[in-house]
Design a protein around this ligand. Structure first.
Ligand code: PDD
Length: 280
């Protein structure tokens, strides 16, 4: 695989980053994941705008212009011959060659790393036909989940808790209300109304969320952005998640309770189809 690191396109085995890089030592880094379908980037602009917002919130310098970022994305997709898959991008605050809680001087160069992941069959994923089984766990992450940082240890542990329980993923709950999935936004559908948590600092402002809610509104589906509990979702007709890496993923079970007849619901399945059709 050819990867990108700080200006160079290299074989992955030759790409290096300093051990003092603050991304490595302090998770002082932000990232984006952009999906690729038929060799084309999906919603690059949305991801680039959110990346800039994450950088601004952390007072981190942009590594390059949006046009240059697009060029790097396109070149990696081409060099690695990606038809279906994703591009991972990470920007870190870099380092001035030591470990220090104080940020390095403002002229320190940020690190920029990108790589592709080839995922043939991503659109036709059999997991979406089965639907996901979810467990709920307490949300103990920090309070700025709207910034897409690489602090992913707890979401990663949540995913492992789900796997150990024979499930696929976890939804996180704070003060009794669902925040989001470990790496996706969460929704349920009851009596034809789609319910999802409103945007705030408590959740990531999903690029797929924005697109899917727009498409749902265009399809005359009703949407309510409000707080909801696990019990409400368990009593729903259906549920689903959205993310750049899994698009719209139906949810068929929450904490051992089957939703509807325990198979992917019609609205989730339709939204997945619309999303894939419109994105291509
Ligand atoms: N995760 N919420 C969280 C906590 C996420 O990590 C993600 C994305 C989302 C969905 O955002 P978007 O629709 O912009 O992908 C919501 C990426 C895919 C990841 O970590 O791999």
């Amino acid at each position: 695989r050819t990867v990108y690191v700080n200006g160079a396109y290299l074989p992955e085995t030759e790409a290096t980053i300093s051990i003092f890089d603050r991304g490595f030592l302090m998770a002082d880094a932000v990232y984006e994941v952009t999906s690729v379908l038929d060799g084309k980037l999906i919603d690059f602009e949305g991801h680039a705008v959110r990346l800039q917002r994450s950088l601004d919130e952390l007072e981190m310098a942009a590594p390059c212009t949006q046009e240059e970022l697009l060029e790097i994305h396109r070149k990696l997709v081409e060099l690695n011959d990606i038809d279906e898959g994703l591009v991972y991008l990470q920007v870190t605050r870099g380092s001035d060659g030591d470990r220090d809680f104080v940020f390095p001087s403002a002229d320190t160069k940020p690190s920029l790393v990108l790589f592709t992941q080839n995922k043939p069959g991503l659109a036709d994923n059999p997991a979406a036909k089965k639907g996901a089984k979810i467990i709920s766990i307490e949300d103990i992450r920090w309070g700025r989940r709207d910034i897409k940082t690489v602090q992913l240890l707890y979401p990663s542990m949540g995913k492992m808790m789900a796997k150990k329980a024979g499930c696929d993923d976890a939804w996180m709950v704070e003060d009794g209300y669902v925040t989001e999935g470990t790496s996706n936004n969460a929704y349920f559908v009851k009596d034809g109304v789609i319910v999802t948590r409103p945007l705030s600092n408590d959740i990531l402002h999903g690029i797929t969320r924005k697109a899917v809610l727009r498409m749902a509104a265009e399809a005359q589906l009703k949407i309510e952005e409000r707080l909801f509990t696990i019990e409400e979702a368990q009593a729903a007709d259906e549920a689903f998640t959205t993310s750049a890496s899994a698009f719209v993923m139906p949810v068929v079970e929450i904490d051992g309770v089957a939703l509807g007849d325990g198979t992917p619901g019609p609205i989730a399945s339709r939204l997945r189809e619309i999303y894939l059709d419109e994105s291509r």
